[in-house]
Design a protein around this ligand. Sequence first.
Ligand code: FAD
Length: 329
Amino acid sequence: AIKKVAVIGAGIAGLSCARELQSFGMLVDVFEKSRGPSGRMSTRRMQDWSADHGAQYFTARDPRFIKEVQRWRQAGIADIWTPKLKVYESNVWCDSSSQETRYVGTPNMNSPGKYLTEDLSVKYERTITGLESRDGQWAIHCSESGAVATLYDCVVFAIPAPQASALLKNLDARASSISNSAQMKACWTMMAHLPHQLATDFDAAFINQEIINWICQNGSKPMRQGTMWTINGSPAWSQENVELSKDDAQDQMMECLTRLGFNCQDAEISMHRWRYASGSLENSIDFLSLPDIRLGLCGDWLNGGRVEGAWLSGLGLAVDIHQSTKQYL
Ligand code: FAD
């Protein structure tokens, strides 16, 4: 049977997969290139402010994820967010008619990710750069410490499509072709303190037909304080301008914000560029399991491109690996 599994990526998909595999009695090591868990469910924390700069909220529709979010709420690491929402289009601000139930991590967007790492072996600052088949097992290499001593029976890729594609190029044609076909788009994110902006009559707004497509007051979310705004560039504009300098991207977004009626005088800004923020396969396949070579792929891009899809993708792959253990042998 499969005993040892390496999961590459400690985003919500990798963590959900790792936990489920561990619950089946497998020995799991998670490798994460950054210093903490959660990937794109993230919060930037500075000395005197913090702001969610990745996922802004998440929804729960599948009964399995609804149950998980319930567990998170009981643990105090997620809660419902009921923003006063507006929609901006053609110079007009309207109330949003959306009835969606929205959740956020509490006190930060990365709180559910941190919670999921409890009892898991997660190795941070480990960027996986290659895999090599050795006597029916996988040897993995990372840029920080070279070859990892342990050999694994199975490897799970829980990273964005373009990053998976780079690692899979010479490993497997099927996995490589699927990861190549997912178009992921960038997102320029601006976190702004606007000292001269008066209180608005909304907490967040969807902006249509502008280079900005979302603006949100972080302090309106449960267990947050402060007056930081998170402002996202639209996928189309962000992708087209992905190579701009931070200063140039900031200038264009500030100009748009001013046109929308915000007072940007003396603004204090922090910019973040997400190279692979959003996007997914045109037809979702939930996850990709390749028992013959003992590899699996999970992540938002295989299952609709959002937090819920990512979590379900990881879970689905783990169950599949468990069920097909004989094939994986
Ligand atoms: P990720 O979170 O990207 O996790 C992948 C992890 O793998 C990362 O931690 C990365 O550091 C690591 N990694 C990558 N390469 C390697 C390597 N070679 N070796 C080791 N580790 C590696 N979703 C919603 O549902 N609602 C929203 O409102 C929403 N808004 C968003 C706004 C923005 C600006 C962004 C960027 C995303 C938003 N999303 C939203 C999408 C949501 O964040 C993602 O769908 C979800 O978090 C993806 O999880 P994941 O585990 O698939 O991938």
